[in-house]
Design a protein around this ligand. Sequence first.
Ligand code: CMC
Length: 395
Amino acid sequence: TGKFTYDPGFLSTASCNSSITYIDGDKGELLYRGYPIEQLAQHCDFMDVCYLLLNGELPNVAEKHTFDDLVTKHTMVNEQMNFFLRGFRRDAHPMAVMTGLVGGMSAFYPDSMNLLDKNQRDISAIRLIAKMPTLVAMAYKYGIGAPNIYPKNELSYTANFMRMMFGNPCEEYQVNDVLVRAMDRIFILHADHEQNASTSTVRLCASSGTNPFAAIAAGVACLWGPSHGGANEACLNMLTEIQANGGVEKIGDFIAKVKDKDSGVRLMGFGHRVYKNYDPRAKLMRETCHEVLNELGLHDDPLFKIAMALEKIALEDEYFVKRKLYPNVDFYSGIVQKAIGIPVPLFTAIFALARTVGWIAQLNEMIADPEYKIGRPRQLFNGAAHRNVKPIDQR
Ligand code: CMC
């Protein structure tokens, strides 16, 4: 050994060349294909961002129309998916269901199993982006025992998702533009984030030449963890726990626990591996958070009061300031989703929906790279040296 460098957590090892997403953690800058996230959040919708991530450029009017149309026409899933879904317990975690359903898509598209064929990759990309909202809404409706709402072609991608989530067959669904815009922004802000754990997982998984659905399912599985996509769920659970233990008045006790390293309690939704000054997505999500709370008249909700008190402490308390622990995007996106009425366990599934396009763009980039090889990390072996097996009665 000695030939390999040990870099736990990939703190200083680049795993690829990439031209998709650029992050400057010190400056708090995030660019998709060169465009600042602030401008994309202000001037574009999620479909523009999907097109941009996949193709490298923003679409013009005609390109956008064609792309929207293509995605819209692939939103339905095979009816057999319903039977697969019914095999799960009703109380199954949506991420368990999503890992299964997305992996299960492999069984429905034998015409696009070959990751190395660009046409097959392109059609699976559209299928995945188009069907993720349908699958997330199905997982939700199944959990509450409600009928599936089929997609409606005249609605935008995000309005369609909201209708599939909250509509019912008995009445016309009223689209609320503020809430749709908030959800669309959640999608935009979560669409890609360079070589994070789930994206690296997708690349590694796809490097074996597996099919696109299997590779994306691996990303979904990785995203589930509380240190990654699961943070928004963990954050809301933390707020609920603080509320159960006395609310804003007792917040000091909780903070004391966070500061005590032995307690193992972390302030969920705070801190980031890369952003050490602030998370630019958090700034945008904070704005959306206040818009949504205003729209729904929820500023006095006790959970949101706790959230705002925590935000204040984290921004002022020396412990957090010294460690550069700022609220991250998931802190605010959890609050927004809760306000919209998304059940907490579904938060990470929505993150997966939004990140699917990023995973696909990264996977495509990897395959187009002439230096691409199957991922095969090395190790520094520190186990037993060569030894001989003794007969069982002598062990
Ligand atoms: N609460 C309390 N203390 C913390 C936290 C936190 N959330 N995060 C880091 N610290 C402390 C940590 O104990 C350490 O202190 P010390 O220097 O005294 O030992 C210091 O800050 C540095 O922490 P670290 O663990 O070395 O930082 P990291 O870069 O490895 O971890 C992180 C980044 C995001 C995993 C971590 O901040 C964390 O666990 N945050 C909570 C979970 C969370 O919100 N994750 C979502 C990230 S954004 C969404 C995404 O991109 O997936």
